[in-house]
Structures are given as structure tokens and as C-alpha cells.
Design a protein around this ligand. Structure first.
Ligand code: FE
Length: 338
């Protein structure tokens, strides 16, 4: 009897042995967390044998942590949302350059820079109250500044990254002067001072407090998928417009990632980014937040996105939009869009 117990204990000790020093690991700092991301990480470990240590946090806090850790930072990859945040990380010099044939072949040129890659896209859409406005009044971002919409427009804060990136895209398309005039027009049309997030804007549109708002597409998709009666009421009261279809296309933003300059596991980090561009990972990464894959051949089976339909996306290089974000902040400040 004693022997059996001993054998069992030895066996347990063997199984529970500490990881060997040569075990491959990847330290991931991510501002993104969705349930499907769990499967994403597990599959990466299964396919490559590389274990993922994940640190989750808010964008600014993670970035601050990477900076304060400096040369000694254990972080290999930083994942975040919105080009303006990726650009901020880039400006702070935390990213290394990425040289990957796989990534360059899979991710379209306008959706990466030489330091970070987009792995999913989201669109900044217009949502209007069907009883208060007609769709043809709100077909373009520019329309939101038209005097006819006085007292009707709602958005979240002008200094939020989503709006600053849109501002950056408008600067690229229209120039700073026209973008400032646009922002002034939007401010003059406010139904209320900016407050809340994008979902709050959609709800306020449905309630009639606002006639029209701007929101990221996945917030609309979430409401569309929700089986809560209140959310279904919201959806039935509002209309969705893909802005600027007759002109430059709808502003598209991204979730993305880059390899950190002081990454202790550079090869594993590159393998992880390449994995994110695989068919399987693309589906998990995009579908988890009702976004679209960046790899054009990958299609999702997502009921909400299918309902929302196809649209023409603006194909401005994402790096150009990101570079304009600092100027967008100045332009919005001058226009009083806060
Ligand atoms: Fe968001």
C-alpha cells in the first residue's frame, strides 16, 4: 500500500515539475479582452508550443507600464484598439520594426505601417432617428455640419481616440481648414454636450434626444445581436448609414499590434503576429468584437454583420490617419469640439 502511494506521489511530482528554462514563452500586453480571445491564445500555444503570459489593462496604463519598465520590460507584444493609440505607442518609440513576408502578404498595405499591423477593422458609422430625419440628410460625415441639423447631432467627446482618428481621416481628405469648419459645424449642431460612449449615443438617438450620432460599427452590431427587448426597440427606431459611399468611403479604424523594441522574445513575438494573420485567428480576433478580418480572403459567419451589409471603406493608409491625430486634436480644440 505504501509503495503505491509513493509511486503516485512521484508521478504527481513529475507532472507538476516546474517549466524548463528553454520553454518558449510570449509576454503579451493587451488592452483587448473578449471571450473568443481565450481560444485564440490556446490555439496559438497548441500550434507553436509557445506559452502566452497575458497582462491585461487599459491602453494608457499598459503603455505607461511599458515605458516605465524601459529596457527591462518583459513585454513582447502590445495589442490595442484604434490607430490613434497605436500611433501614440509608436511616437513614444516603444515599437520595433517588423519584417515579415507572411504579414506583408496577408495584411493589405494600407492596414499596416512598418512598426504595427492591423488585425481587424471597424467602421465609424452614422446612426439616425428614422422618425426625425431622412436617410438622405445624413449620407456623409460632412452632412453632420449642415445648418439643417441644428440641435440634432450627438457624439462622444471630441478628444476620444475614435473621434480624433476620424478627424485625422478628414484632415487627410479635406485638409485642416475644412476639417476645422466641419468640427465647428458639428459643435453648432449639438443636441447636447458630448457625454457617454458610442452606445449611449445610439440609445439617445433611439430615444429622440438626438437626431443623429456617430458610432463604431461593432456597437451597432452588439445591439443588433442582443435579445433584450430594450435593445431591439433601439434598433427598430434607428437607421444605419455607411457614410461617404458616393465619395471617399466610410472611415475605417483598426485593432492592431506591434512587437516591442525591448522584447525578450522577438522570434516568438513575430510568430504571434503571423499567427494573428492566419485564417483561424482572423476569425476569432474579428468575430469576438463583431469586427471584420483584415485578410481579404477570410470571411466571417456573423449574423449582425451580415444584416448590416456591404459598404465601401475608405482605403487611406492607416499610418497617414494616425499621423494626423495630433493635428486633429488641435483642430478640434480650436473648434471647441471637446
Ligand atoms: Fe470601443
Amino acid at each position: 500500500m505504501k509503495r503505491v502511494i509513493l509511486a503516485t506521489a512521484l508521478c504527481a511530482a513529475f507532472i507538476g515539475a516546474p517549466a524548463h528554462a528553454e520553454d518558449k514563452v510570449l509576454n503579451l500586453y493587451t488592452a483587448r479582452h473578449y471571450q473568443t480571445d481565450e481560444a485564440l491564445y490556446e490555439n496559438f500555444t497548441k500550434a507553436t508550443g509557445i506559452k502566452i503570459n497575458r497582462i491585461e489593462g487599459k491602453d494608457d496604463a499598459l503603455l505607461e507600464r511599458i515605458r516605465s519598465e524601459g529596457d527591462n520590460s518583459p513585454a513582447d507584444v502590445f495589442v490595442t484598439v484604434d490607430a490613434s493609440r497605436l500611433a501614440k505607442a509608436d511616437e513614444l518609440g516603444v515599437f520595433d520594426t517588423v519584417d515579415s513576408e507572411v504579414l506583408n502578404a496577408r495584411v493589405p498595405a494600407h492596414l499596416h505601417t512598418n512598426t504595427w499591423y492591423a488585425f481587424s477593422t471597424r467602421a465609424r458609422v452614422i446612426v439616425y432617428n428614422k422618425a426625425a430625419l431622412k436617410a438622405d440628410q445624413v449620407q456623409n460625415y460632412e452632412d453632420l455640419a449642415a445648418p439643417a441639423l441644428k440641435g440634432k447631432v450627438c457624439t462622444r467627446s471630441g478628444s476620444h481616440p475614435y473621434n480624433l482618428s476620424l478627424g485625422g481621416a478628414l484632415i487627410a481628405r479635406l485638409g485642416a481648414e475644412k476639417t476645422q469648419a466641419w468640427a465647428e459645424g458639428v459643435v453648432a449642431n449639438f443636441a447636447r454636450q458630448p457625454k457617454g460612449g458610442d452606445t449611449d449615443q445610439i440609445r439617445a438617438v433611439a430615444a429622440g434626444e438626438c437626431g443623429v450620432a456617430i458610432a463604431n460599427s461593432y456597437y451597432f452590431a452588439r445591439l443588433l445581436k442582443s435579445d433584450k427587448p430594450a435593445d431591439q426597440e433601439v434598433i427598430s427606431a434607428v437607421g444605419l448609414v455607411w457614410p461617404n459611399q458616393a465619395t471617399t468611403g466610410t472611415h475605417v479604424n483598426v485593432s492592431g499590434a506591434g512587437i516591442l523594441k525591448h522584447a525578450p522574445h522577438k522570434a516568438e513575438a513575430k510568430a504571434f503576429l503571423e499567427y494573428l494573420a492566419s485564417d483561424e485567428a482572423q476569425r476569432y480576433f474579428a468575430d469576438g468584437n463583431n469586427e471584420w478580418p483584415v485578410v481579404p480572403s477570410v470571411k466571417l459567419d456573423n449574423t449582425a454583420l451580415a444584416k448590416m451589409g456591404e459598404f465601401k471603406a475608405d482605403t487611406l493608409p492607416i499610418g497617414d490617419i494616425a499621423k494626423n491625430v495630433a493635428e486633429a486634436q488641435k483642430v478640434f480644440d480650436r473648434a471647441g469640439y471637446r
